[in-house]
Structures are given as C-alpha cells and as structure tokens.
Unconditional design. Structure first.
Length: 91
C-alpha cells in the first residue's frame, strides 16, 4: 500500500510539471512581448498586474538571468510590477 501511495504521489508531481512549465512559458512570452512593445529606452516604464494564480511564473520570469540582462524590475505590491530597460554602462 505504501508503494502505491508513493507511486501515486510521484505520478501527481509529474502530471503538474508540464502544466507549470507551460504556464511559465506563456507568462514569459507575454511579458517579453509587452516589454518589447512598450520599452524603447531606459526612461520608459512598463507597469503591469499579474493574476494571483500566475505570481510564481511571473516572478520566475522576472528573476531569470536572461530577463535581468535586459530589464530591471520592482514589485510594487503582491501583484503589481514595474519594469524598465537596464541602462548599459559604456566604458
């Protein structure tokens, strides 16, 4: 019986992983598209509100190395975010 429970738990975790990855990819693509559309220089600000159900995917996207190389963000409230282009230092 313990083996059955362990297998069932493992199966549940595997079933949710593709969906979580899909949610992350949707959120990432949407945020990147909107940033490309509204942010043209470092003075531009893009403010958006994430759905409470998408907070984890939103934070994962905003904190990713790829995103942080181009943009910087701040979290105003639990669901409200501000993004701007990162200023490049030229030596």
């Amino acid at each position: 019986m313990k083996l059955f429970k362990a297998l069932a738990e493992t199966s549940k975790r595997k079933d949710t992983m593709p969906m979580e990855r899909l949610d992350y990819n949707r959120v990432r693509v949407t945020i990147e598209e909107q940033c490309n559309k509204y942010l043209k220089n470092s003075e531009d600000i893009f403010q958006f509100e994430a759905l409470p159900s998408a907070i984890d995917a939103t934070l994962a996207c905003l904190e990713s190395k790829q995103f942080l190389e181009k943009y910087e963000f701040s979290q105003v409230s639990e669901t409200l975010f501000i993004v701007r282009m990162r200023e490049l230092d030229i030596l």
